[in-house]
Ligand binder design. Structure first.
Ligand SMILES: [Zn+2]
Length: 283
């Protein structure tokens, strides 16, 4: 099976966007990605973006940043065990010449299972034996201790249980940080709460080139154009909208590439000012 990988450079850094696979989204779930839209507005937006209204294959794009001295992954994907359509990260890395032992850091943007579970084998062993899993302390505490599954609703209980098991499996390789901390030279977290309470994005800088890994502050390019539309499961929707706008403003000003975890593969492109807002210009 051919892997979806795209190499590109950022200053002196080598980057690779790697698809972990796609999650099929059905007609009932698709509109829940765009809470705040009217049916007519959403139909227009989907059509403009070439998306069907009744089915969508949602990408999960991890990003490898090789600084020359450190190899850093942003999110580990979902792994193959909760969803057989995911788990392509390790074969994708192999396709560009990296083994699991080469990875030094895995920065976890937030505690949802399609982002945290890719580093844990079914028996609980570590897939990336030398990697530290880097998470914001508040996010770790919330998902491993505080989150009240019952309050979050029936449909997420299974997700939550699975994500928590994955997180506890890597606790011996955990490095807790505060949002805003530097993780490696040229790689720094950015506090972007909203999708989850302690969601982070990741700023990468080499020479005068910039990239921002936006995680789930925006799931699809439609969210760049319609910044008030948001997934129904955002925990703090108003904060999420503020965080997203802050990143878009910054990306446009810095002429930074962005990398969107759920954007169509490879998820990399520029943010351009458009009218009073922004649009996505894929690489
Ligand atoms: Zn996600």
């Amino acid at each position: 099976m051919g892997e979806n990988v795209l190499r590109f450079t950022l200053g002196d850094f080598q980057c690779v966007s790697i698809s972990d696979g796609v999650q099929p989204i059905d007609a009932v779930t698709l509109p829940t990605f765009f809470k705040g839209s009217s049916p007519g507005e959403l139909a227009d937006a989907l059509q403009r973006h070439g998306m069907a209204h009744d089915h969508y294959d949602l990408q999960c794009n991890c990003l490898l940043v090789d600084t020359g001295s450190e190899r850093v992954l942003i999110d580990s994907g979902g792994g193959p065990f909760f969803d057989a359509s995911l788990g392509r990260l390790v074969p994708g890395l192999a396709a560009v010449g990296y083994g699991p032992e080469d990875i030094d850091f895995i920065i976890i943007t937030h505690g949802h299972r399609d982002h945290v579970c890719g580093g844990v084998a079914q028996n609980g062993d570590m897939i990336f034996p030398n990697a530290r899993h880097v998470m914001v302390r508040g996010e770790w505490d919330y998902w491993t201790r505080e989150a009240d599954a019952a309050a979050l609703g029936e449909e997420v209980i299974e997700d939550l249980r699975f994500a928590r098991e994955c997180m506890l499996a890597f606790k011996d390789q955990l490095q807790l940080i505060e949002a805003g901390d530097e993780i490696a030279p040229g790689i720094r977290s950015i506090p972007t709460p909203g999708h989850t309470r302690h969601h982070i994005s990741v700023a990468v800088a080499s020479g005068d080139e910039r990239l921002i890994g936006v995680g789930d502050t925006m799931d699809l390019p439609i969210h760049i154009e319609r910044t008030t539309w948001h997934p129904a499961w955002d925990e703090l929707p108003e904060r999420g909208i503020e965080s997203r706008r802050m990143l878009l403003r910054r990306a446009a000003e810095e002429k930074a590439l962005i990398h969107g975890f759920h954007f169509p593969f490879p998820g990399v492109g520029y943010v351009r000012a458009a009218g009073a807002g922004w649009r996505f210009d894929p690489l």
